[in-house]
Design a protein around this ligand. Structure first.
Ligand code: ADP
Ligand code: MG
Length: 315
């Protein structure tokens, strides 16, 4: 790719504030990073394909925001502090206005973490955005899916099914008619990765995952990895009135909808007061929705749930 495009749009995102003396971001064949002592590097990648992961008419700003946010959500689920990211961008053509909005979305999403763009690749083809984000976690302290214990409290941040409601509005080309509907569209297009929460859960939670494919499917990954089952209480689920109205009789629908980018985690029950304090300190809603069981399988309101029949499938 001509270096002019890189200089104009990507170089400004590569502020080296986060980098150590002698480290290098965009401009050479590769970036150079000095790892901090006593940390492990957590590396995550997520790709967004136009028409598959977002509707083709999504605003360039929102695509940029979301491409980074979904990666920050994976880092949060590991308990990692984000450190830098790279971008592999495939574009049908060089459209200055589009690139300008897209990179603004990236910049605004990165800003709270002073996260530099350290490199990438730019190619021509159908619009595809692949971000790799990297972060640091104290050695041996990362949050894993496999760490849940029998009798753990299962908790989830934020509200479930908002992005699902947002997507149904976006796909039906309906403008938001109520403030609840605009909230749902914002949650779909500009998810807020729970980075501060993830970092604070290190040493507190036994296991964690981010909710990208629907709460039930993602919780099930924890259960499989930890060889456990779970019992959940539908009345404890954080569901807005608008999401409940959208779900109607299909009461599990908001728990199967993707793209919420909240954290689902388990803690031993005696740590629940710490979780309540943390929720207050971070001003985040955290709901205690059930507990893990030695008996495998997922039970919601005393009814066994069969996940093969539910959830979001990538293919
Ligand atoms: P090379 O041919 O050695 O792979 P490029 O010409 O593709 O180098 O890229 C030149 C520099 O610009 C490299 O430092 C690369 O990391 C950076 N770069 C290219 N595309 C992007 C992008 N989309 N985002 C961030 N940095 C990029
Ligand atoms: Mg090279």
């Amino acid at each position: 790719m001509e270096f002019d495009v890189i200089r104009q749009f990507f170089l400004p995102l590569s502020s080296v504030a986060q980098l150590a003396e002698g480290d290098l971001a965009i401009g050479d064949d590769g970036a150079i990073i000095t790892p901090p002592a006593d940390c492990q590097l957590v590396v995550v990648t997520d790709t967004l394909v136009a028409g598959v992961h977002f509707p083709v008419d999504t605003a360039a700003y929102d695509i940029g925001w979301k491409a980074l946010a979904v990666n920050l959500s994976d880092l949060a689920a590991m308990g990692a502090q984000p450190a830098f990211y790279s971008l592999a961008l495939t574009l049908p053509q060089v459209d200055q206005a589009w690139l300008s909005s897209f990179t603004q979305g990236l910049a605004d999403c990165a800003q709270p973490y002073h996260l530099p763009l350290i490199g990438g690749d730019t190619t021509r083809g159908p619009l595809t955005i692949s971000v790799t984000a990297q972060g640091w976690v104290p050695k041996g302290a990362a949050l894993l899916r496999s760490g849940a214990k029998v009798g753990d409290a299962i908790c989830v941040s934020g509200w479930m099914g908002e992005a699902g409601l947002g997507l149904s509005l976006a796909l039906s080309q309906q403008a938001a008619k109520t403030s609840a509907e605009s909230t749902a569209l914002v949650r779909l297009n500009r998810p807020q990765a729970r980075v501060a929460l993830g970092v604070k859960l290190v040493g507190l939670a036994n296991s964690a995952i981010d909710v990208s494919d629907g709460l039930l499917a993602d919780l099930n990954h924890i259960l499989q990895a930890s060889h456990l089952g779970a019992r959940l209480d539908l009345a404890a689920m954080p569901l807005s009135d608008a999401v409940q109205a959208w779900a109607g009789e299909a009461r599990l629908k908001p728990l199967c909808a993707g793209d919420d980018y909240e954290l689902c985690f388990t803690v031993s029950p005696e740590k629940l007061p710490d979780i309540i304090s943390l929720a207050q300190a971070l001003d985040i809603k955290i709901s205690h929705i059930g507990h893990t069981t030695a008996q495998p399988g997922l039970v919601v309101d005393e009814q066994p749930v069969h996940l093969q029949k539910l959830g979001f499938n990538h293919f």
